[in-house]
Design a protein around this ligand. Structure first.
Ligand code: NAD
Ligand code: DAU
Length: 333
């Protein structure tokens, strides 16, 4: 099987490329990635000379390039996106271009060549939950509240429409918050770990009582593996970690794991339109495809902290590069 992975140089995409090449010796992967600020070929260094792996630098909005790559692949697994909510608030344009137009370009090409298409999406398309609301499931009404989640919701609708209109063999997954190796240090968990390692403060938005459900990234990759091999065409699968926690719990846990103290916490201005709570009911993928998260949040956080300690060069290069400018602007530091 030849898989066209889009966004394979990003956080989840690169973990997925590792997963596929390490699990299936006979599979080939083409990684199409534009190498935006979030794309990093260091994530896939060990496969540079692997004949089963090919990197192509380019945008999913480039019709000609996309068409040639889709034509030679058996399946598209689509991760490429602008993924950071804060950036979508300060600059939504690129989110529409990549997440909506880019997905459309890929779909048109998949339609032309009748290729299997898996779309990687997010639980944020469902909006925000109150403390007593039932967790999101595949039937939850879409209610996106940030430009990021609205762009992902738009792409989900497009993908689904290609199943109904053109019988394109698609599947969609909506997953909760991932964490683990290669997580870009603008997101909460890697930001907290690396700031603490640098002796800096950790910014907690608002009261820190917002709730997210956390899933170790390798478990997400296993779930996508199950869907592309055994999923029912046209179906959507919600993926979660059964690990709902308040942000402040996560921050304090990392402080404890690193032996620091809570004076590092700095409460800062809240994110605009900040969704209060996400939670996922993943019984469909559990019952139909046998998915269970295998790494507990406590274990996953330990592994992640250890990974960041062992891979200082990786994150220091990112933090001293283009990201520095963005971070400085956002927090006025
Ligand atoms: P990321 O920001 O780490 O990586 C995105 C990758 O896409 C980067 O390598 C970037 O260079 C590439 N890219 C961006 N624009 C592109 C373009 N126009 N053409 C080609 N490549 C382009 O993102 P991530 O956290 O790994 O998320 C991957 C996917 O999973 C996204 O679709 C996201 O919506 C979804 N998702 C993420 C999470 C999470 O917790 N991170 C949870 C659920 C779903
Ligand atoms: O739920 C899935 C989504 O999870 C994905 O679709 C997104 O691509 C991914 O970025 C992630 O979105 P979040 O906005 O939940 O992740 P982030 O790490 O940015 O924030 C997690 C929580 O922590 C959120 O409530 C905001 C808060 N936060 C975040 C940062 C960066 C802080 O309190 N301080 C921070 O500095």
């Amino acid at each position: 099987m030849k898989i066209l992975v889009t966004g394979g140089a990003g956080f989840i995409g690169s973990n997925f490329v590792h997963h596929i090449l390490d699990t299936y010796p006979n599979y080939e992967v083409i990684n199409l990635d534009a190498l935006t600020y979030a794309g990093n070929l260091e994530n896939l260094k060990e496969y540079e000379n692997d004949k089963r792996y090919r990197f192509v630098k380019g945008s999913i909005t480039d019709k000609e390039m996309v068409d040639a790559l889709v034509a030679e692949s058996d399946i598209v697994v689509h991760f490429a996106a602008e993924s950071h909510v804060d950036r979508s608030i300060s600059g939504p344009d690129v989110f529409i271009n990549t997440n909506v137009i880019g997905t459309f370009v890929l779909l048109e090409s998949a339609r032309k060549h009748n290729k299997r298409f898996h779309h990687v999406s997010t639980d944020e398309v469902f909006g925000a939950l109150g403390p007593d609301d039932e967790a999101f499931n595949e039937n939850t009404k879409y209610d996106p509240r940030s430009p990021y989640s609205a762009s992902k919701a738009s792409s989900d609708h497009l993908v689904r429409s290609y199943f109904h209109t053109y019988y394109l063999p698609i599947t969609i997954s909506n997953c909760s918050n991932n964490y683990g190796p290669y997580h870009f240090p603008e997101k909460l968990i890697p930001l907290v770990i690396t700031n603490l390692l640098e002796g800096k403060k950790v910014p907690v938005y608002g009261d820190g009582l917002q709730v997210r459900d956390w899933l170790y990234v390798e478990d997400h990759c296993r779930a996508i593996d199950l869907i592309i091999h055994k999923g029912t065409l046209g179906e959507t699968y919600c993926i979660g970690g059964a690990s709902e926690r308040e942000n402040i719990w996560i921050v304090k846990k990392i402080i404890e794991l690193l032996g620091k103290d809570e004076s590092s916490i700095e409460y800062v201005k809240d994110r605009a339109g900040h969704d209060r709570r996400y939670a996922i009911n993943f019984s469909k993928i559990k019952n139909e495809l046998g998915f269970e998260p295998t790494v507990s949040l406590e274990e996953g956080l330990k592994r992640t902290v250890e990974w960041f300690k062992q891979n200082e060069v990786w994150w220091k290069n990112i933090k001293s590069g283009s990201y520095k400018e963005y971070y400085g602007k956002q927090y006025g530091k």
